[in-house]
Design a protein. Sequence first.
Length: 337
Amino acid sequence: MRLCTTRPPASRTWTVELRPQPQGPRLVCAQCGLTPETLQGRTARSAALAHLARHARLSLLPQHLRTCQCHERGCRWHPRHRGCDGPLLLVLSREHGGRLWRLADICTACARAMKDACIVPDTTLTMPPAARRANRPVTAGRRPAGLEDVDRSLVRDMLSYLATSLPAGVSPQARLVALQCVLRATPDGRVRLPAGLIRGMGLLQPEGARQELADSGWLCQGSSAGDTADSRLTDPLFGGAGRRQRARAADWSLRVGHRHGGAGLTVAVRLVSLALAAHTPTGTTAGRAEADQVARRCGLPPKELISTLRLLAARQTITSWELASDSGDLTWRYASG
């Protein structure tokens, strides 16, 4: 008699719940059970994300061994759609107003159908060929083909991650600083932001933005030495690998901000301009995305997104835009050349 040696698909789903208690919320993990300590205030969200990050980093698998966990559970985490499709992604989702957090491998189709969810960039397991080539020495003045597409995709994913991990109500300028933080952080979550870089972002109150992130529990501010401020992310769930790739995406976002931002525009308008550029394929002048997703990634209500698009069109940052009433798809176009 032959023994069956086929292993069942590995389960890569981790769920934590923040259960209210008189002394403060307790973190309950479906794999670990109840944590002994109580949490206070905004630290509860950071503790939940950090706990999920530890599970993910201890359970790394090659891409070919990963399966869509949503499909394995009958696709109960989202409305019905046409079925699983596309590459597997590491997706963070939030339910019950932030009392339950889930991190799981999910296919692209299921991820798009989920609400209050974002892609956690996984540069170790899903680094595209262009990014691997980018880690080699490059002749000055030349960029490998397809590298800008990697930058755009990573900025999109990071904006989506921040839309879920940052508390509601965080200002646009704090979101721009947070974007630079997650793109420039070391694998252990530490961030060094030179004063020249912050000045180059053209923020009205850069220290106020960092303090806002610290007050929300998302960032721990450290000491400032010379022209550099040291900080640490409290929930570095985005993945610590691919640091050089993330740094290039950070530089790309700054260049786009200068190219499309323009003088006199508010930080919110500049953030929307960056989001549109990140959704526009390289070498084209037209882009498309779901309007509610663009608004969510910029931390704006839908009505404010519409007024921002009108302003960008009036300033000729984009030449035209259209919102489809039936599908909610937003399309826009830049001037050729």
